[in-house]
Design a protein around this ligand. Structure first.
Ligand code: GLV
Ligand code: MN
Ligand code: MN
Length: 426
């Protein structure tokens, strides 16, 4: 790729339209939190998710793109290339949010893809390869765990029926919610799931807010993402016995909350990392029967464990169950792993293209790895993959105060447009 800017393409990215689209999407599931921050709660496969998808589809159709959906609900918007038989360049991200989420995580990568493709078309920049903008189903794992179901199934990382019996907090099965959504989207053309006729995408590029503080602190416009650390998710179930809180002597109890404290203390020791590279989080806890005057008979808690070094991810992750077994006093322990994404290093093609585009556009850029997981993690075995990060305020994400400026998003969309034009003409 020449290091030149494609001036008409870059100019065709419409910053005002891009921001308007982002704010229109943010209204779907939008709420104001107690501190006055405008958040988004848009669970996957919910009516709000479907409403957002319909809005996206209306924009795509207006832009002249072909729309299709696969059996996991992954939604594709296709810009045809002059050689439609060639493997497409894929770009996109996700439209679902955390329950207490922000307005930019995920959705920006989808809207940026749309804006970049519109710019290509409006600038009359021809591409040999098709470009497809994808909205992956359930990246967040907020309503249905784990996250990245759509991309995992697409990439053949897990069979598509793997999560059929996963339920949300209301007991609604994943398979049923998915079937309902597909039925309501029966008017949308269906496409096979995953790599069609052995034709993997030519490349995958995902635009995303950084969700960390580095780019802002270093006054960078663009993050050239080098790879993603590994993540493992577990659910721990501690089964004790519920009793009367006023009458049962402590020595006679099987108190699941007390054993949870022992387990978490032991896990904190296992996960201790003086370098503060390791990430260990317990953040969802279910207690039964959950009343103040009954001893807890059952506790379920989640573990989110991440590390960039696969050896550490495997060794400490595999030690979790034994450490809990050794720590608890009275409860039966069941540990289930439900997500396992190994660390990835992106192949050089996409990061190099992102860097070249940022340089050509005179944008300050740096290379950095991602601490958050993304659908791109599962694309690495399929095709050259990479990500474009833009700074977000104070690095905050998964919170209503998440914010990225209109200028930062427009800069990212311009880089994406140039990267897509570059890759789709190779
Ligand atoms: C993605 O949402 C993550 O938790 O990293
Ligand atoms: Mn995301
Ligand atoms: Mn997220």
């Amino acid at each position: 790729m020449p290091d030149a800017v494609a001036p008409n393409l870059v100019a065709a990215v419409d910053a005002a339209r891009h921001w308007r689209d982002m704010m229109a999407m943010a209204e779907i599931g939008g709420f104001i939190d107690e501190a006055g921050h405008p958040g988004v709660n848009r669970p996957c496969l919910s009516p709000l998710d479907r409403q957002a998808r319909r809005l996206l589809i209306s924009w795509a159709e207006k832009a002249g793109l072909g729309v299709s959906v696969d059996r996991l609900g992954n939604l594709f918007l296709r810009h045809e290339g002059s050689a439609p038989g060639l493997a497409p360049v894929l770009t996109g991200s996700h439209m679902d949010s955390q329950p207490n989420g922000g307005r930019f995580d995920g959705i920006w990568g989808v809207i940026a893809g749309l804006e970049a493709v519109r710019a290509l078309r409006e600038a009359g920049v021809a591409t040999k390869r098709p470009i497809e903008v994808v909205a992956w189903t359930n990246e967040e794992g907020g309503r249905y765990a784990p996250g990245c179901m759509g991309s995992m199934a697409y990439a053949g990382f897990a069979p598509p029926d793997t999560w059929d019996d996963v339920t949300d907090r209301d007991g609604i099965r994943w398979a049923d919610a998915l079937a309902e959504q597909l039925a309501l989207e029966a008017d949308i053309a269906r496409r096979p799931l995953g790599v069609v006729e052995g034709q993997a995408p030519f490349a995958y590029v995902e635009a995303h807010i950084e969700q960390g503080p580095l780019l802002e602190a270093k006054e960078m416009d663009i993050g050239v993402v080098t790879g993603i650390q590994g993540s493992r998710w577990f659910v721990v179930e501690l089964k004790g016995k519920s009793d009367h809180a006023g009458t049962t002597p402590l020595a006679m109890r099987k108190d699941a909350v007390q054993d949870m404290l022992r387990a978490i203390n032991a896990l904190n020791a296992l996960m201790h990392d003086p370098k503060d590279v390791l990430r260990f989080t317990v953040a969802s806890i279910e207690v039964q029967p959950n009343t103040s005057n009954s001893v807890a008979g059952l506790v379920r808690f989640t573990i989110d464990f991440r590390h960039p070094d696969n050896a550490v991810l495997q060794a400490r992750g595999n030690a979790i169950e034994g450490v809990i077994q050794a720590a608890v006093r009275d409860c039966a322990v069941k540990v289930t792993e439900r997500f396992h994404a190994v660390p990835v290093t992106f192949q050089p093609e996409v990061p190099d293209a992102v860097e070249a585009a940022a340089r050509a556009q005179g944008l300050r850029h740096m290379r950095l790895p991602s601490g958050a997981f993304h659908d791109s993690q599962f694309m690495v075995p399929l095709c050259p993959t990479g990500m474009i990060f833009v700074p977000c305020r104070a690095g905050v994400s998964h919170h209503p105060s998440e914010y990225a400026t209109p200028e930062a998003l427009a800069a990212g969309a311009r880089v994406l447009a140039q990267v897509l034009a570059d890759l789709a003409n190779r």
